[in-house]
Design a protein around this ligand. Structure first.
Ligand SMILES: [Zn+2]
Length: 305
């Protein structure tokens, strides 16, 4: 099989690829960790036999969907390297498999990605609701500027880590109800998609997490004054592997994200990777460059854990 990288992704295509991967590589398991607002499954792939559990996720934000094929292509490369008893970025895939267990959720926000990429029928009540939410924000192009879940909740502002601060900051910027982006929701974890990631994380015992977003070619590593052991050193290694810069999250988006919650709840290293550069959604033509920078980063994360 191959993972297509020159098409606009949808939840259906993602599902098909996930199942093809599992069919081709029986050592990979697939599970649904919950359902989106529209009832789409949110899938997790799991492989490896190590005690150390690492978690990669992508596409919390709808118009950052290019991160979904990024993780799917990585999973394919990693699994085929293991299957062929070979190396990935100079590291023995078998060794990585023996030392770590990798859990990967390549598409956190399936409904939002379907909206952005035209897979949602315009007659659907979900599409209509999104369109009417969007009408209040005429500076945000619809649907390509949509980041939220289909209900207009920003999934990466919906975690219990300074959620009240995020709410206040966004309200001051005029966002206090469902919106294409930046609406924190009515309470932490009110969105089924962020709840699914939270529940998976609580049940899993991850020691390191990477959340993929676009754009900026930066690695966000910090939440408030938390300093999990080795968190800066790991960021440095990820930075060296990818050429991406290490930065502190801008304070206006410094709360209620997945990594913020992971760092503060567990005091363990969690990172947001802002892949690529330009305006989201990034053009498909940028995929190869993004992949080239991030395959070594992903391997490093597994190797370091
Ligand atoms: Zn994002």
């Amino acid at each position: 099989m191959t993972v297509p990288t020159d098409v606009n992704y949808t939840s259906q295509l993602t599902k098909e690829i996930i199942h093809s991967l599992a069919k081709e590589y029986p050592f990979v398991s697939v599970s649904s960790i919950g359902k989106s607002v529209m009832g789409n499954d949110i899938y997790a792939l799991k492989c490896g036999y190590g005690e150390k559990k690492v978690f990669f996720n992508a596409a919390h934000h709808a118009n950052e969907w290019i991160t979904t094929p990024l993780l799917l292509k990585f999973m394919h490369s990693y699994m085929s390297a293991y299957d062929d008893n070979t190396y990935i970025c100079g590291i023995d895939a078998k060794e990585l498999f023996m030392n770590t267990t990798l859990v990967c959720v390549p598409l956190v926000n399936p409904d939002g990605v379907d909206l952005v990429n035209g897979a949602l029928d315009e007659s659907s009540p979900f599409y209509q609701k999104a369109k009417s939410i969007s009408a209040k924000y005429d500076h945000i192009p619809f649907p390509r500027g949509w980041k939220a879940n289909i209900d207009g909740v920003d999934l990466n502002l919906n975690y219990p880590a300074g959620w009240g601060n995020a709410k206040k900051i966004k309200k001051e910027k005029g966002i206090d109800s469902n919106a294409p982006r930046d609406y924190v929701g009515t309470s932490p974890l009110c969105a089924p998609e962020s709840r699914a990631l939270y529940d998976l994380t609580v049940a899993s015992g991850f020691c390191l997490t990477l959340s993929y977003h676009t754009q900026g070619k930066v690695i966000y590593w910090k939440y408030l004054d938390f300093l999990p052991q080795n968190s800066y050193e790991i960021a440095e290694t990820l930075s060296k592997a990818s050429g991406y810069a290490i930065e502190v999250t801008p304070s206006e988006s410094g709360f209620a994200g997945y990594k913020d919650w992971f760092i503060s709840h567990y005091n363990l290293p969690g990172y947001t990777i802002e892949a690529g550069e330009g305006e989201s959604p990034l053009p498909k033509e940028q995929f190869d460059t993004i992949y080239e920078a991030n395959e070594p980063l992903l391997v490093s994360a597994l190797n370091l854990a």
